[in-house]
Ligand binder design. Structure first.
Ligand SMILES: Nc1ncnc2c1ncn2[C@@H]1O[C@H](COP(=O)(O)OP(=O)(O)OP(=O)(O)O)[C@@H](O)[C@H]1O
Length: 318
């Protein structure tokens, strides 16, 4: 059996604010003549959960693959857990968890055997404060695959397969977890379970998590900070609440007076409702206030960008 050993400096790192999980300076990527990333600057603190949003083809997967060391960048500086991914060795890689958009291998393996086998690769990288790998049975319960533990991977449904992908991504108890569209194909129940899992990983395991998604509700639920990538740059960077407030701005107030229904759009719903009650008091019924959603904000930001109303250089930082 391989001896458990600590990696130099491991214990002090995660808490250090000067030691971000990810640091990008002027990251650029060109495929042939196609400039996909045109200067990305970004710092991700340890323990943050970040959602990377953007239209199809914006470069989200490309960015993640560069951070994971799967793809070489064209230019710029990249540090992931303090290391340039191009030079990242086995010990560095063992601190990352990766859930790619599609894995289509391991079909003949059974779920339990596959996870137990893959976990062995992480054993040499256990540290006093980070036991690696996760216990196989616990892991299988965590991703709710216990009913399928002894089934062959190729017999799993799409959503079950995705949960296995997540299990493979977290088995090494990573410090930094990349999730590329993790819930694509999940039913609502599996999606909710997955969201709980992400919260647990962030809170209990202290993982930094960077995920891409096209599901705005998911981003809002999971992420402390949202980045919108479009036109090769980050065009917005802020909390879901700040993005929603700042961009669309308006809320809808709906109510009923007798048999008549009313709806009014306002930038200050609290003030509007106060005046409404001052004027009509008890006649007001079925009052609802709906704030502009993150989806409204996202669409507005991307549209403004596409119409050229938001200069490339200006990041909406909130
Ligand atoms: N290996 C490659 N060779 C050439 N072009 C590529 C390659 N990989 C990606 N691209 C192009 O780079 C651009 C960004 O692709 P990427 O997959 O990073 O976008 P994305 O934001 O993840 O998209 P989606 O939301 O559709 O998953 C696209 O125009 C794509 O066609």
């Amino acid at each position: 059996m391989t001896a458990v050993r600590a990696l130099p400096g491991d214990r002090s790192r995660p808490e250090s604010p000067e030691n971000p999980a990810i640091e990008l300076r002027d990251l650029r990527m060109r495929y042939g003549t196609n400039d996909v990333l045109r200067g990305i600057d970004l710092t991700v603190r340890r323990g943050e959960v970040i959602a990377l949003l953007g239209p199809n083809g914006a470069g989200k997967t490309t960015t993640i693959e560069i951070l994971e060391g799967f793809r070489s960048r064209s230019a710029g500086e990249v540090k992931v857990l303090g290391v340039d991914p191009v030079q990242g060795g086995e010990a560095w890689r063992a601190k990352l968890g990766v859930v790619l958009q599609t894995w289509r291998d391991h079909g003949r393996w059974k779920v339990w055997e596959l996870l137990d086998h893959l976990g062995q690769y992480y054993r040499p990288y256990a540290t006093p404060d980070r036991d690696r790998p996760m216990n196989t049975d616990e892991l299988i319960h965590t991703v709710a695959l216990h009913e399928f533990a002894h089934r062959q991977v190729k017999t799993l449904s799409g959503g079950q397969r995705r949960r296995l992908d997540v299990a493979i991504g977290i088995i090494g108890r990573p410090e930094l977890l990349f999730l590329d569209e993790p819930t694509a194909g999940f039913d609502p129940h599996a999606r909710r379970d997955f969201h709980d899992l992400v919260h647990r990983l962030a809170d209990l395991e202290d993982m930094t998590i960077l995920l891409t998604t096209h599901d705005l509700a998911e981003a809002e639920k999971l992420a402390e900070r949202i980045l919108i990538l479009a036109g090769g740059r980050i065009i917005a960077n802020g909390s879901p609440a700040a993005l929603s407030r700042q961009v669309a701005g308006k809320s809808e107030v709906r109510w009923r007076q007798g048999d008549e229904r009313f709806v009014h759009a306002t930038e200050d719903a609290t003030d509007y409702v106060r005046n409404l009650f001052a004027q009509h008091g008890e006649q007001i019924a079925d009052l609802e206030v709906q704030r502009s959603s993150l989806e409204d904000a996202y669409l507005a930001i991307v549209q403004q960008h596409e119409r050229g109303q938001r200069p490339d250089q200006e990041v909406l930082s909130l």
